[in-house]
Design a protein around this ligand. Structure first.
Ligand SMILES: Cc1cc2nc3c(=O)[nH]c(=O)nc-3n(C[C@H](O)[C@H](O)[C@H](O)COP(=O)(O)O)c2cc1C
Length: 358
């Protein structure tokens, strides 16, 4: 089996347990730059910059300016908030300035979040918007000039002002995406290049990935498959579960309440995660182990990926190889704090996966 591509994860809310103010360190541009430089030097091919405190464009630009072309930022972007020709201009400018290393993470987001921006589109309609939006962005970042009249956009001579900003990446800036609903999978099958998922027990994930492959094939396409997962890896299994227990202990009631109050959020991927822990905070982390070393407990206190692989280095590698066997060729990993755990995982897990330092 060839080595997978492995990315890290960078957001400014960082520390040993950054969902609590007490577990967050003060982070500035120097710190984030050090983190990106470390990630690059350790053999990761870039990092996912998720939606968080800072907007991804200034953050991504700053980090790209302080790293080399080995660091490819994966920027989380919602459909519909920025006009497609402007987004294409931002993206092509980025690629011209930083040597063609941008990747989009297509984020469909939630109805509540988008309402804050004045965009009133429910879950399924958002995917209709997304499909039109990203198909237009793809053509623009491929250097096409065209008229477009669709359900959401009416564009004249789109791309004309980008003629002197030709694409650096062929055929267009790559689209990565994570979503588990039927319309999400359909949108991915037709438009994206890399399909991402949060971790689930392997058998459950196999069924979802089979659907993704089948739908992509129906559009005459093959997608790369990526797993976004948190790791709690220690020298021994006992130490790893003790670290997970500590995360439960340091989390306050208000955080649990806030997170469990999101039970009704409209993302299907989110609902799948929620069902794994069932909204119950256990006395011991391991009570929630749904499959050897698979722990959905992060979802009790942390938005986004709620499942971690918990165990010794050998166990974590074994689980990741299990996902590899399902066709996963890309991992987006994280551990807290992001800086120290980037080192730990690069020194323990990555060599066993065959990943070499640049
Ligand atoms: C790998 C991955 C990364 C994601 N990153 C973000 C993000 O940065 N910001 C955000 O608001 N949502 C993010 N999401 C959440 C999805 O955008 C959201 O769940 C989407 O609405 C998919 O819904 P669905 O599962 O119902 O299709 C991410 C999801 C996945 C799987």
């Amino acid at each position: 089996m060839s080595a997978p591509e492995v990315l890290w994860y960078i957001i400014p809310r960082e520390g040993p347990y950054p969902w609590e103010p007490a577990g967050r360190r003060s982070v500035d541009l120097d710190y984030l730059s050090r983190l990106a430089g470390t990630v690059e030097s350790l053999g990761y091919t870039g990092a996912l910059l998720a939606t968080d405190l800072h907007d991804v464009w200034p953050l991504g630009s700053a980090l790209a300016a302080r790293t080399s072309t080995a660091f490819k930022p994966l920027l989380a972007v919602h459909p519909g908030l920025i006009a497609p020709p402007l987004l294409a201009k931002m993206a092509l400018s980025f690629d011209h300035l930083f040597g063609g290393r941008l990747r989009f993470n297509v984020v469909n987001g939630s109805t509540d979040k988008l309402r804050q921006y004045g965009l009133h589109v429910g879950h399924d309609e958002r995917y209709a918007l997304s499909a039109e939006y990203w198909s237009v962005v793809k053509r623009l970042t491929a250097g096409e000039v065209f008229d477009h009249k669709g359900r959401f956009y009416d564009l004249k001579d789109a791309g004309a002002e980008l003629r002197e900003l030709p694409p650096v990446q062929e055929p267009h800036i790559p689209l990565w995406f994570g979503g588990s609903s039927a319309p999400g999978i359909e949108m991915a099958a037709e438009h994206v290049d890399v399909y991402l998922t949060w971790a689930e027990p392997a058998a459950q994930l196999a069924a979802k990935l089979a659907t993704v492959r089948e739908r992509a094939a129906a559009h005459g396409r093959t997608l790369r498959l990526g797993l976004r997962v948190h790791l709690i890896v220690r020298d021994t299994e006992e130490q790893a579960w003790a670290a997970a227990d500590r995360l439960l202990d340091v989390t306050g009631e208000a955080t649990y309440e806030r997170q469990l109050g999101r039970a009704g959020d409209d993302g299907v991927g989110w609902q799948r995660q929620f069902r794994q822990h069932g909204g119950r905070v256990p006395a011991h982390a391991r009570e929630l182990e749904t499959h050897p070393n698979i722990w959905p407990g992060m979802g009790l206190f942390r938005p986004g990926p709620g499942t971690a692989v918990v165990g010794s280095t050998a166990q974590v590698v074994e689980r990741l190889q299990e996902y590899r066997a399902l066709g996963i060729d890309t991992f987006i990993l994280s551990g807290n704090p992001l800086l120290e755990e980037a080192y730990r995982i690069a020194e323990t897990v990555l060599p066993a996966l065959g990943v070499r330092r640049a």
